[in-house]
Design a protein around this ligand. Structure first.
Ligand code: GTP
Ligand code: MG
Length: 402
């Protein structure tokens, strides 16, 4: 199957089965009720407000939605967002890869993070400082990425990147700015470089999301007061710089190469910054969690990519995600010694009055990686009432996410 054909199938998942899709861009001219989840009566109502097709639905302004009695505003918002994601996917025909820029001082841990992402643990010990830029194709869960690892030694920073910034800093989909949390002597230098990078992006009129990676947050170090002070010092410095750049979205994530899951979680965060579909996934999780009276839900792939989580309590979210990741590791081990994968896994906490259950929803990418829906609830059985509807809404989004 060609890539084009694959994309068509992904797009087709958003539509009811009755449509025939020949040319991708034709799809935008279809009536709203060709989409799964929009009924014919609502579609006719929308037409009265001059919204006759998916493109027009995507172009409604979220700040100023028409007041349609028969369609609750929260539902309309959801439809508009889905139409927007679809329009973007179709118009771009989805770029063949995403460009990831790894930036930071020398010895910060950039190349090591890329090695862990690719499970190349054995090369980490023998890594040398990166000379200039190293470009590499990564396949992250079937998500095609072109990483640009900008060696951080001072000669490259001063003589190469800022002399011809357009060669390095344009068209990035994501910037990971890596800073060594244990090297407090160099925080000022790292902040200075960060400021230069943001300035050059700004001058080029480029505003990719930026994730500040707090690297070398090793398990034994994290609990020390010194490390916590270091992280606060970094955030203070960086937040000051960020304030000068209101168009750029920035967040933080800490990692250590000694715990692969920290790198996976960081990368999941990063992908959420890049992908607009993730917000819709969280909306759908919210809907689902509320209808089945759960405390927290998460959608996680078997190799640890968290597509989205919903909860009203951060503690519940941490409890659910950490438990789920460990149970998945256990399941991977069972699988590796030849056991069949269980479609459902439950951990009961009878004294605490709740359970955590993971339910396999589907597999994604050509690698057939299982994706589990995890639920923390007093009554996990309720999840089965709505799960099919939920699955139908999520599947096309997951395929677009990647
Ligand atoms: N303790 C600890 N050491 C790390 C971690 N990540 C990387 N290192 C070590 O830090 C050193 C530098 O790592 P690199 O990945 O080569 O750093 P880099 O940012 O690519 O450096 P340049 O290529 O010079 O820009 C290596 O000795 C790594 O083993 C981590 O999470 N914890
Ligand atoms: Mg390097």
């Amino acid at each position: 199957m060609t890539e084009e054909e694959t994309r068509n199938i992904v797009i087709k998942d958003f539509f009811k089965s009755s449509i025939i899709l020949n040319e991708l861009d034709e799809a935008l001219k279809f009536k709203p009720d060709t989409l799964i989840g929009i009924d014919q009566i609502s579609s006719e109502k929308l037409a009265e407000y001059n919204v006759k097709n998916i493109e027009e639905l995507a172009h409604l302004s979220l700040e100023n939605l028409p007041d349609i009695k028969e369609i609750p505003p929260s539902v309309l918002v959801k439809w508009v967002k889905i139409a927007q994601v679809l329009e973007k996917a179709i118009k771009e025909k989805i770029k063949s890869h995403k460009k990831l820029l790894m930036i930071g001082l020398d010895n910060g841990g950039k190349t090591s993070i890329l090695a862990v992402l690719q499970d190349k643990f054995s090369i980490i010990k023998s890594l040398l400082p990166t000379r200039g830029v190293k470009r590499e194709k990564l396949d992250f869960f079937g998500y095609p990425i072109l990483s640009w690892d900008l060696g951080g030694q001072v000669q490259y920073r001063e003589k190469l990147y800022f002399n011809r910034p357009e060669l390095f800093f344009t068209e990035a989909d994501l910037v990971l700015y890596v800073i060594d949390t244990q090297d407090s002597d160099r925080f000022a230098e790292a902040a200075n470089y960060f400021r230069q990078v943001l300035k050059v992006l700004n001058d080029l009129n480029e505003f990719p999301p930026v994730l500040v990676v707090l690297s070398k947050s090793d398990q034994d170090v994290r609990t020390t007061l010194e490390w916590q002070n270091n992280v606060n010092a970094i955030k203070n410095k960086f937040n000051n710089i960020i304030r000068e750049h209101e168009k750029t979205t920035i967040s933080y994530a800490d990692t250590t190469i000694y715990q692969r899951e920290t790198i996976m979680q960081m990368f999941s965060e990063a992908l959420k910054l890049v992908s607009e579909t993730s917000e819709i996934i969280v909306n759908i999780l919210e809907d689902f969690t509320n209808t089945i009276e759960g405390k927290a839900t998460s959608l996680i792939s078997m190799d640890g990519l968290i597509f989205g989580s919903f909860t009203n309590s951060d503690i519940d979210e941490a409890l659910l995600n950490n438990t789920a990741l460990i149970m998945q590791t256990l399941s991977n081990f069972h699988n590796s010694i030849g056991l069949m994968r269980e479609p459902s896994m439950t951990l009961n906490f009878p004294l605490n009055g709740f359970s955590i259950r993971g339910e396999k929803l589907f597999e994604y990418s050509e690698l057939n990686i299982p994706v589990y829906l995890w639920l923390l609830s007093d009554n996990v059985e309720l999840m089965y009432e709505k799960i099919d509807y939920f699955k139908q809404q999520l599947l096309p989004l997951i395929n677009l996410f990647l």
